[in-house]
Design a protein around this ligand. Structure first.
Ligand SMILES: NC(=O)C1=CN([C@@H]2O[C@H](COP(=O)(O)OP(=O)(O)OC[C@H]3O[C@@H](n4cnc5c(N)ncnc54)[C@H](O)[C@@H]3O)[C@@H](O)[C@H]2O)C=CC1
Ligand SMILES: O=C(O)CCC(=O)C(=O)O
Length: 449
């Protein structure tokens, strides 16, 4: 391996051994950049890679909130402003009990390259809290969001840092966060957050955008092989915002999602989760805060497999869409044994590095990386920022057409970058290289920073 590249990875491994998710993404991305780094020996002198793996700024804050019984609780809030070379920091907030700096940093690092791939002026950021939304009342969620924003509002802004949703943060939370920001600042600065409700500056299609974008990306992959999406079966994990968007678009195009999962297990619906009622029920389950997918099996009389993941189900397309490291080596082997032709990552880093390498070497399997596939969400957030700046709202058709165009371009750029560096049809390396080059150019141009 290139000596400079190797030394940066080794340094990250040593320095961040207590943050395995961050080490994992750095190793995955940097390893695939070797042909680029070989071609640019000048990067070493300006320590471009060393700078890229160090967040520009990261901070933690105390979030105190009162529950419905009058008991006070203390959580930790985080914001990581990872890389602002190509635009204001941009990325979601995650509320989940397992959130710690390693998760926020892995997400911020991925976000930097993903945002670059969109071609839009957005830098990489991420944040969140170890707060557990499960079982909380609306009033408790509101008080938590208000307290979170009280600590954060001085450090964000439409041209500074623009948070949005991620796991555990959807339209309801963004509404509470925005209300508190407006109260504290005394200005109607709605470009400060994305994923807002339409009535106060949200973009049409943003709720669906990550899932729709993933399906638009899949259409490109299928077209490359002369295939259509019609009648394809898809297995998804989770039953959150992203899975909902995939199911909705897949149904519209004649394909069907047949699995959902949760921390309790997975369900298999052979008929497909493809009626408006079933799709709306995904949303209902997510919003219930129960975090139980078994509810779907109870309602629709389909099999539920307690404590298991859906990766052993034979389908045409696997789309892990819940969380990081959902697919391990044992699952990768099941997917390969089932001769699944398309492995399309959707959640951020859903595959362990060994499982990803294994899948990428399977004959007859196309592997697509999450930072490209799920970029439609943040891209549409950037379109929301544009609409807020213009003080206009675009039609559903306009946003959707732009989203589709962005996803087509991301696919094309990834293919071209991979070919240009002699890697053939490697969508994973192609996305990493294309995302890296834009950030690298901007960092080189901006000097020591
Ligand atoms: N919301 C967005 O616009 C974007 C989200 N993503 C990524 O997509 C993934 C899903 O995000 P969202 O759908 O927004 O989150 P969400 O909070 O709406 O849904 C997450 C889902 O994961 C499930 N889940 C949690 N722990 C689980 C476990 N141990 N086993 C199985 N399922 C589990 C939850 O039950 C829930 O259904 C995450 O990796 C997120 O970072 C990526 C790009 C944009
Ligand atoms: O819409 C956004 O700003 C962020 C979406 C997100 O969190 C992600 O792309 O992982």
């Amino acid at each position: 391996m290139n000596a400079y590249l190797e030394s940066v990875i080794a340094r990250v491994k040593e320095k961040h051994s207590h943050e395995p998710e961050f080490v994992q993404t750095v190793e995955e991305v940097l390893s695939s950049l070797e042909p680029v780094i070989d071609k640019h020996p000048e990067y070493e002198k300006i320590d471009l890679l060393g700078r890229m793996v160090e967040p520009e700024r990261m901070f933690t804050f105390r979030v105190v909130w009162e529950d419905d019984n009058g008991v006070w609780h203390t959580n930790t809030g985080y914001r990581c402003q990872f890389n602002g070379a190509i635009g204001p920091y941009k990325g979601g907030l995650r509320f989940q009990p397992n959130v710690y700096p390693g998760i926020i940093k892995f997400l911020g690092f991925e976000q930097t390259f993903k945002n670059s791939l969109t071609g839009l002026p957005i830098g990489g950021g991420k944040g969140g809290s170890d707060f557990d939304p499960k079982g909380k009342s609306d009033a408790e969620i509101m008080r938590f969001c208000q307290s979170f924003m009280q600590a954060l509002y001085r450090y964000i802004g439409p041209d500074v840092d623009v948070p949005a949703g991620d796991m555990g943060v959807g339209g309801r939370e963004i509404g509470f966060l925005f209300g508190e920001y407006r109260r504290l600042k005394g200005v109607f600065e709605n470009g400060v957050l994305t994923g807002k409700g339409f009535s106060y500056g949200g973009s049409l299609i943003r709720p669906e955008a990550t899932g729709y974008g993933a399906v638009y990306y899949l259409l490109n992959v299928l077209a490359h092989d002369g295939q259509s999406i019609e009648d394809k079966t898809i297995s998804c994990s989770g039953f959150g915002n992203v899975t909902w968007g995939i199911a909705k678009k897949a149904a519209e195009l004649g394909a069907k999602v047949v699995t959902l999962s949760g921390p309790d297990g997975y369900i298999y619906d052979a008929d497909g989760i493809n009626t408006p009622e079933k799709i709306a029920y995904i949303e209902e389950m997510r919003n219930s805060g129960r975090n139980r997918v078994e509810d779907y099996a109870d309602k629709y009389g389909v099999p539920f497999y307690a404590g298991q993941k859906p990766w052993g189900v034979k389908v045409d397309v696997v789309m892990p869409s819940a969380m990081q490291n959902d697919v391990h080596m044992e699952h990768a082997k099941q997917i390969a044994e089932n001769k699944v032709p398309y492995y399309i990552e959707v959640a951020n880093m859903p595959t362990t590095n060994d499982a990803l390498s294994y899948l990428m070497t399977q004959e007859g399997m196309v592997v697509a990386p999450s930072k490209a596939v799920n970029a439609g969400g943040v891209a549409t957030s950037a379109l929301e920022m544009s609409q807020n700046s213009e003080r206009l709202s675009w039609s559903e058709q306009e946003v959707d057409a732009q989203l589709k165009n962005i996803m087509d371009t991301i696919y094309k750029m990834s293919v071209e970058a991979s070919e240009q560096y002699g890697l053939g049809y490697n969508l994973v390396a192609g996305a990493n290289i294309a995302g890296f080059l834009r950030v690298a150019d901007a960092m080189v141009a901006q000097g020591v920073f």
